[in-house]
Design a binder for this molecule. Structure first.
Ligand code: ADP
Ligand code: MG
Length: 484
């Protein structure tokens, strides 16, 4: 994406310049393990504060970490799914003080991360490089009380260590995204992959997926990267896109006025729609990284990595192409939606059970957005067959579908129970006779060419039959009566 900006030429004349936005994302995902990265406390969202804790996650003197094998396995799954090289790695201490980090260092990986150098393909087909995806532990959570939750206006702060030591994978993307929309696609694809391989629940709203956005701008055509700002605190895809757009425009304005962009960490404020300076950007040397002496280097055997690779489930990209093959007339966006919602198995199973492909797909896209409840693939298949055979109108099919979602069961029985016997042609004819006699003026206008009245007659028919009449069949009858 390029944006227009004004570039000051110094003599008071503003010249048009075009700017390119450059974005690189750091995504933190909490790994879906039972326990923490280095101790046996549960890894679970919420809970009474300070109940999921132990000497290791509290950093008590003498407590020693023991690496969680499941976390390593999940990290390897993510690395493989992102086409990374999985390599021997080393844990490192990243030293800084914060009250929600009781050890005064975060155990992370630094110069030897477990996964390096991969890529992810966006739904558009564009490939975005992944620099690394390393393991580290999460911090606890500080809540500032008073002053609207802001630290400098708060009366006091409370610390909850339930999250301290929860395993994270940090996925560092290369600065290859060029618009807020591409960033949105990237996170959405990444989230799909993390969920597909069982590494994360992908919930941004619960903080199990967190995105830091690095944003810079540069004149179109320039090969060098501009100075970036890193934006924290984006809690949804929507606020991420807003934050990136705001930040890029802020930088364009600065540069256009001949002012420099200062490298900073900035905070996105959802309520005023702006980013605010938090602190100047820290450098690696500020953290005094050194290898963690309490943990051995991590060297997963090639066999194990290979086993994990073999057991990887199909990824969203493959699932989309598989689904698209079954649905030659569906558009790509609707196929992507079904895969994103994890409902592609339902669609393929229902088609496999004899369902009418496009009808199955349409129901899933339009009528099952809130979930499938008790609906089984076989039932969905049968429902579409009944529609295809004109035993059910589309209004009736929707009602049966609602019942299937709510309580399960067999579509045919449910339809009979609701009184949805298909009306015979003779019944429809009789109904039409009645309507034409009741509304002669409307019939005349229809015969004079007012096509809008089709809707009127179909509506009346639906009303008097409680939705049983087949709207399509009735329209055909209306048209053939007019021309006869
Ligand atoms: P750190 O955040 O620790 O300084 P890096 O320097 O490796 O780490 O960069 C982290 C992230 O910033 C990466 O996702 C990378 O793509 C992104 N990034 C780096 N330089 C720029 C830039 N000039 N513009 C936008 N994003 C950038
Ligand atoms: Mg960073």
């Amino acid at each position: 994406m390029s944006q227009q900006g004004l570039e000051s030429t110094g003599d008071g004349v503003a010249a048009e310049a075009e700017w390119e936005t450059v974005i690189g994302l750091e995504v933190h995902a909490e790994l879906a393990t039972q326990t923490k990265l280095f101790s046996a406390s549960p890894n679970r969202f919420g809970g009474e504060p300070n109940t999921h804790i132990d000497p290791v996650s509290l950093g008590l003197p003498g407590a020693l970490p023991v690496l969680n094998q499941k976390a390593v396995e999940l990290a390897i799954r993510v690395g493989l799914a992102l086409n990374c090289t999985v390599q021997p790695s080393v844990f490192a201490r990243k030293n800084y003080f914060y009250p929600d980090m009781p050890k005064n260092f975060q155990t992370s990986q630094y110069d030897r991360p477990i996964n390096t150098d991969g890529w992810l393909e966006l739904a558009s087909g564009k490939r975005v490089g992944i620099e690394r995806a390393h393991l580290e532990e999460d911090t606890g959570k500080t809540t500032h009380i008073g002053g609207g939750g802001r630290i400098h206006e708060a009366g006091y702060s409370l610390v909850d260590y339930n999250r301290a030591g929860v395993p994270l994978i940090e996925i560092v993307g290369r600065p290859e995204l060029r618009s807020a929309e591409e960033a949105r696609q990237y996170v959405s694809e990444l989230r799909g992959i993390l969920v597909a391989v069982g590494a994360s629940d992908g919930k941004m709203e619960e903080g199990s997926l967190r995105v830091d956005c690095n944003v810079s701008v540069r004149p179109v055509g320039s090969e060098t990267l501009g100075t970036r700002c890193e934006i924290k605190n984006v809690n949804s895809l929507r606020s991420m896109a807003r934050a990136i757009t705001y930040e890029a425009n802020r930088q364009i304005k600065l540069l256009s006025n001949g002012e420099p962009v200062v490298q900073q960490t900035r905070h996105w404020d959802e309520s005023d729609g702006r980013t605010h300076a938090l602190r100047s950007k820290e450098e690696d040397y500020d953290y005094r990284y050194f290898p963690e002496p309490d943990l051995l280097p991590l060297e997963p055997s090639l066999d194990w990595v290979e086993q994990i690779r073999q057991a990887l489930p199909p990824l969203p990209r493959d699932r989309r192409s598989k689904l698209a093959e079954l649905l030659p007339s569906a558009n790509a966006a609707s196929v992507a939606v079904v895969v994103e919602r994890g409902m592609d198995t339902l669609v393929t199973d229902a088609i496999g059970a004899g369902g009418v492909a496009q009808r199955v797909h349409n129901h899933v896209v339009h009528n099952l957005a809130d979930g499938v409840g008790c609906l089984l693939a076989d039932a969905l298949a049968e429902l579409t067959q009944m529609e295809e055979a004109k035993e059910l109108t589309s209004t009736q099919a929707k009602k049966v579908l609602e019942a299937l979602v709510a309580e399960g069961g067999a579509p045919r029985q449910l339809a009979t129970g609701m009184g949805f016997e298909a009306m015979a042609v003779e019944q429809l004819e009789a109904l039409l006779d009645e309507l034409l006699a009741t509304y002669p003026a409307e019939w005349q206008r229809f015969c004079d060419g007012d096509a809008k009245l089709t809707g009127f007659f179909v509506g009346q028919a639906m009303k008097s039959t409680q939705g049983k009449a087949d709207g399509k069949a009735l329209t055909q009858l209306l048209n053939s009566r007019r021309s006869s």
